[in-house]
Write a protein that binds this ligand. Sequence first.
Ligand SMILES: Nc1ncnc2c1ncn2[C@@H]1O[C@H](COP(=O)(O)OP(=O)(O)OP(=O)(O)O)[C@@H](O)[C@H]1O
Ligand SMILES: [Mg+2]
Length: 375
Amino acid sequence: MPTTGSGRRAPTGQGTRARERAALDAARDGLAFVTPEVLAANVVERAPDGILVVDGAGRIAFVNHQTEIMFGWTRDELVGQTVEVLISGSHQTSHARVRQAYHDRPNVRPMGVGLDLAGVRRDGSEFPVEISLSPLETPLGRLTIAQVRDISERRAAERRMRRVEQQLATVEERERIARDLHDTVIQRLFAVGLSLQATLPRMENEALASRVETAIIEIDETIRDIRTAIFGLSMGSRRRASLRAEIIEIASDAARTLGFEPRVRFTGLVDTTIDAGVHDELVPTIREALSNVARHARAHQVEIDLELGHGRLTLRVTDDGVGLARDGPAVVPARPGGQGLRNMAERADRLGGTFVIDTQPSGGAAIVWSVPCSV
Ligand SMILES: Nc1ncnc2c1ncn2[C@@H]1O[C@H](COP(=O)(O)OP(=O)(O)OP(=O)(O)O)[C@@H](O)[C@H]1O
Ligand SMILES: [Mg+2]
């Protein structure tokens, strides 16, 4: 008795099972009119692999239809030829040796084990094949059944997979280097530059002061070179790296007017998923926010935080400056002033998002620009 009694089955499942069983019964009934010989011949003839029968001397005694298609020879042309006619020239000798050894000591050799060879078509073109062998004992001697599979597509897919893996490894490596350069090397150089700059006013020795000034200029130039390299690394990897690279570039550019390097933080798969529409509104928003910090905030630090999650892209730009004057509403678009904040609000609005600027409890200003962004 089957463990799943009919009483426990859902009615639809029961209906499906009954239909399946009826179809199977009909197929079995139909097969009753076919002899096992006809069935076997059809299975061989219609098999998706090439099937050949070869005698002890390697002569082809039988091929199925797929063998004709695969190699471009007709059945009549193939029968009687040695099987090496189907094997690429460079493999022919070794194949003949292996074939002889197999004939002397046959065993079933499953597809994909040991015999990866190149087949050769009638027109001389080659393709990778996998061959499995099994012996067939007859009263007149031992024959070999060879089953041949064209594995061109599998090989091509493997090659594609390897290429993608290599590209991914390169992209990740480039991104890691770009990140490390930005987060560590540039920040350190900036710190060195700043501390040198701080010592300048206290230097009484003119010659020494001018050497330190030269060193500061060189540090600035080095930082610019590294920024260019980072941009190249990120842009070179692929189009989707461009948003991250672009924001880092904008931040680095702003460092000139700010006097310090903004911190940039990305959370979520920012550059893999941002669509062009969002990108085009986001980039000018970041530029304007940084320009406002440089012009109005008198800040020592600014942080750009871009986060993608829960179907939204949120940009936060926070500074530790003077904050917003208390003479007006803190939330745009009601806030009077120039065009910048209004533009940011309109850009968010166009994408169905929100924009707020306010003074933080700690004193500086913070903008939060948030738009829907499907992942
Ligand atoms: N980070 C900030 N810190 C302090 N005040 C700010 C900050 N950002 C904006 N503000 C204030 O908000 C006002 C409006 O900013 P908005 O960007 O709209 O105009 P703007 O920068 O003065 O001129 P523009 O049209 O060139 O952008 C500013 O004039 C400034 O007083
Ligand atoms: Mg402005």
